[in-house]
Ligand binder design. Structure first.
Ligand code: FE2
Length: 201
């Protein structure tokens, strides 16, 4: 069974104007799709071909001779997680226990967003910035290139893709403006809350 490009959870133009249909058509239709195609090509005929995507990632993480397959599999997973971190007419404020924890950890949501922007700016080159639940605490972390918190103790709650292909068409080189727009108009706090409630046990 081949690995699949999962459908977007909304129409390609549903995040306009903060995230354009043109960006999504390249980001989902070309970049994300290419990771899926490449993964299928690399896994074909190997013992990895019949595993779940999560298992392929866990099995190949840290294996020097499996870097290409890990990178493509992890990028498929990270992108699906990213699409689900956003929703049409997103933004607003977090709610419930997640809001309480964010306020406890950073003071308020504005300070949380500032800390997230700092982490995004500090991620040299390509990668991902995450809000995670780890060891009973909320943390902002970032990963390089295809690296993913799926392999590790941290439970991801939301992510922002900070590869240039994620924002260049809409925001050019202005990564902090893109991250600000993500929290103003795109983030799905309800998805993050659902993940938080499932993660904290
Ligand atoms: Fe991306």
């Amino acid at each position: 069974m081949a690995f699949e490009l999962l459908p977007l959870p909304y129409a390609e133009d549903a995040l306009e104007p903060a995230y354009s249909a043109r960006t999504i058509s390249f980001h989902y239709g070309k970049h994300h799709k290419t990771y899926v195609d490449k993964l299928n090509e690399l896994a074909a005929g190997t013992e990895l071909a019949d595993l779940s995507l999560d298992d392929v990632i866990r099995k190949t993480a840290g294996q020097a001779d499996k870097t290409a397959i890990f990178n493509n599999a992890a990028q498929v997973w990270n992108h699906t997680f990213f699409w689900n971190s956003m929703k049409p007419a997103g933004g607003g404020a977090p709610e419930g226990e997640l809001a309480i924890k964010i306020n406890e950890t950073w003071g308020d949501v504005t300070k949380f967003v500032e800390a997230f922007k700092t982490a995004a700016l500090g991620r040299f080159g390509s990668g991902w910035v995450w809000l995670v639940w780890e060891g009973g605490k909320l943390k902002i972390t970032s990963t390089l290139n295809a690296e993913t918190p799926l392999v590790g103790a941290a439970k991801p709650l939301l992510t922002v893709d900070v590869w240039e292909h994620a924002y260049y068409l809409d925001y050019q080189n202005l990564r902090p403006a893109y991250v600000q727009a993500f929290f103003d108009s795109l983030v799905s706090w309800d998805e993050a809350l659902t993940r938080f409630l499932a993660s904290k046990g």
